[in-house]
Every structure is written in C-alpha cells, then in structure tokens.
Write a protein that binds this ligand. Structure first.
Ligand SMILES: Nc1ncnc2c1ncn2[C@@H]1O[C@H](COP(=O)(O)OP(=O)(O)OP(=O)(O)O)[C@@H](O)[C@H]1O
Ligand SMILES: [Mg+2]
Length: 249
C-alpha cells in the first residue's frame, strides 16, 4: 500500500477509542510535564526543576545540553522510573504516580544511555530483539524481528552473540529492539553515541520516517545535534536542570 494512503494506527483504532475513554486519552498525547521537579535521594538539590513540556503523538523531539544538564533524568521522569516531588508527569495521559503507569509504559520503548553488553554476553542479536517482544501479543514475532533488523541493516548479525558485536553494531541491535515493539512513544538516550557519521544520518532518517508513518513520538537525547536537528519537529536545550530554550518548527 502507498505510504501516504495507508491509515495510521490511531485512525484504525478510532472505533475502539470511542468505546474506551482511556484508550482515547492514551492516543492523543505522548508526554505532559507540569512544573516538574525531581531530586535523587540524598542529593541536596533538584536534578531537574520547573519543567513544563507537552509532546503530542507523531513528533520527533531532540533534547540536547551539556553533561549533567538533566537529560537522562528527564527521560526517566517521562517513563515514571523517577517520580517528581513537585508537579505532575503524564505518559500517554497517565499520571506516572498512578498504578496504570505500567500499562502505559508497556506501549513505549526505552533505550538507555549505557547499553553496552560485556564480551561474554551469549544472547544472540535475534534473542535480544525477541526479548523486547515477550509481552507483545503479536502472532508473528519473527516477522517483526526481521523487519526491524532489515531497517537497521543488521540482518547478517542476527545470529551472532551480542558480546561479539562492535559498539555501533550493538547500538543498532538495541534500536531494532525498540522499533520491533512498534511503540507509541520511543525514548532514546544518546542513540548515536557509537555510530559512525554515515550511520547516524541513516538512523536519523529511519526515525523520521517511522514517526511519520506510525504516528509515534520519538524523543532523542543527543549531544551531537548534527544528524537530527534538521529533521526534528522540536528541539529542547537543557542546562543545569532547566529547559533553557525550546525551538518548534
Ligand atoms: N543516580 C543518581 N544519584 C544522584 N545524582 C544523580 C544520579 N544520576 C544523576 N544525578 C545527578 O543529576 C544531574 C543530572 O544528571 P543526568 O544524568 O540527568 O544528566 P545528563 O544531562 O543526562 O548528562 P550526560 O550528558 O552526562 O548523560 C547531575 O547533576 C547528576 O550528577
Ligand atoms: Mg545522560
């Protein structure tokens, strides 16, 4: 089917949304942060503060800023892995402090900053991607794995143990795992860190196309803005725990 005429997933499920108000809320918004302050236990000062952000579904968002600016803290707050001590955070319309956050989180993919596996890791790349699908109710997990592997150009690596792959190859496996889940929201912490310049560009374009086709919101944290800044709908600059600049196209 032609890409442009293909109905988006949220349109396909409109009927279902009408019947189920929770689904309806979940379909509309990706992330909402209202005056969010987060601190780590034992730390005298907040790691992020006064954060007000809203991302609807279907956006490619870049978050950048220096080391220690609070970018990872912000991502983990969006997922509800860290809870605000002041303000409110919502993922897919669900307050991250509510019990329903687990259900919302299952519709998301997160690739953390420290992804490298030790050299003795014996899972193959295929198994690593399949692990991302264990809770998915899809009849053909194999097709999903092959689709994501092809997208990231790692078909030849699928049966190699993860620990024998280079950093850039491992990074592509984790991106494939995140995509194979077909999430509504994808949060990627420094997804370009081990990729060469050419692959960074390719991966940025894959993510842009994915956002447009699936109406997913992809949030990328990256020091290196070059591969993605032209493609992003919104760029957010952070410094010392605060959002210092937002640029929306
Ligand atoms: N587990 C932790 N315990 C205590 N303080 C932490 C912890 N993790 C981060 N911090 C502090 O919170 C602040 C924000 O850290 P964060 O990891 O969010 O920054 P970042 O922007 O992701 O940095 P980087 O670019 O280096 O990844 C820093 O001052 C950091 O020292
Ligand atoms: Mg970080």
């Amino acid at each position: 089917m032609d890409r442009r005429s293909r109905p988006k997933r949220h349109e396909e499920s409109r009927e279902n949304s009408r019947r189920n108000p929770t689904t309806r809320t979940i379909r509309r918004e990706a992330i909402r942060l209202e005056d969010v302050w987060v601190a780590y236990a034992g730390s005298g000062k907040p790691a992020i503060r006064e954060i007000n952000l809203f991302f609807p579904l279907g956006k490619l968002v870049l978050i950048t800023g220096p080391n220690g600016a609070g970018k990872t803290t912000l991502l983990e707050t969006c997922l509800g892995l860290l809870k605000p001590y002041r303000g409110k955070a919502f993922l897919l319309g669900v307050d991250t402090k509510s019990r329903k956050i687990l259900e919302a989180r299952r519709k998301c993919s997160y690739v953390p900053q420290d992804f490298m596996k030790p050299p003795y890791e014996s899972y193959t790349a295929r198994q690593a991607i399949e692990l991302g699908l264990v809770l998915e109710n899809t009849p053909d997990k194999n097709t999903r794995v092959e689709w994501a592997a092809k997208l990231l150009g790692i078909e030849d690596l699928l049966d190699r143990p993860l620990g024998t792959l280079s950093g850039g190859q491992q990074q592509r496996v984790y991106l494939a795992r995140a995509l194979a889940r077909k999430p509504l929201v994808m949060l990627l912490d420094e997804p370009f860190s081990s990729l060469d310049r050419e692959t960074r560009k390719t991966v940025a374009e894959i993510l842009r196309n994915y956002v447009d086709r699936e109406n997913t919101t992809v949030i990328i944290v990256s020091h290196d803005t070059a591969p993605i800044i032209e493609l992003a709908d919104t760029t957010i600059w952070m410094n010392e725990g605060k959002v210092v600049k937002v640029e929306a196209k």
